[in-house]
Design a protein around this ligand. Structure first.
Ligand SMILES: [Zn+2]
Length: 191
């Protein structure tokens, strides 16, 4: 089920539409510091793990720069496609992490069809889920929003289970929930 979603180009097109909507809202809200107009400042990423055949627009991280001289503040809205500085798509980080929870050697072998995805990357993702929900500022937000608290060791499956609907709807709700982690904060190290 998770693997089918990973390969589903239509699903990725849907996420792109959501990201465009979020970006349009962020632009309409103007500069958070001076209220100035925001100009397009999108930049290219090289996302890994998506299905073959996605157009170049799927590599575009929507972002804006304030048009006012002396301000020029950058505004990078939340994204359902990019998760901070993870080089793999947010969907890949989430679904592969979910698959890994009940892993078997055979399943691990199947996962290796995603280029460059090795055990060290998977271990880093596992550590990232844990630290995001226990240590970083996001943890306070998550604790307030999730009552009773999610089982940290079972992330991200324990989080997917908190949302209603089919797998697609749950994943979209999860990606929206992770929005505060998806911004372009330069302080986050590449993972
Ligand atoms: Zn400004």
């Amino acid at each position: 089920m998770y693997q089918a979603l990973l390969a589903d180009a239509t699903f990725h097109e849907q996420l792109l539409v959501f990201d465009r909507d979020i970006a349009a809202s962020a632009r309409a809200a103007r500069c958070r510091l001076c209220g100035g107009a925001l100009h397009c400042g999108s930049y290219a990423r090289k996302p890994r793990g998506g299905p073959a055949g996605l157009g170049p627009e799927h590599a575009e991280r929507f972002s804006f720069c304030c048009a006012v001289d002396g301000c020029r503040t950058r505004a990078t809205p939340p994204s359902l496609r990019f998760l901070g500085r993870h080089v793999y798509l947010a969907t890949v980080v989430t679904l592969i992490s979910a698959l890994m929870l009940g892993t078997t050697p055979a399943r691990l072998a199947r996962l290796s069809v995603i280029p460059g995805l090795d055990r060290r990357t998977l271990a880093r993702w596992r550590a990232w889920w844990r630290s995001s929900f226990t240590e970083r500022p996001f943890a306070a937000f998550a604790r307030a929003a999730l009552v009773p608290p999610v089982d940290i060791a079972a992330l991200p499956v324990s989080l997917l289970e908190r949302f209603a609907g089919d797998v697609t709807e749950r994943l979209i709700a999860l990606l929206r929930f992770l929005g505060p982690l998806s911004g372009g904060a330069s302080t986050m190290r590449a993972i």
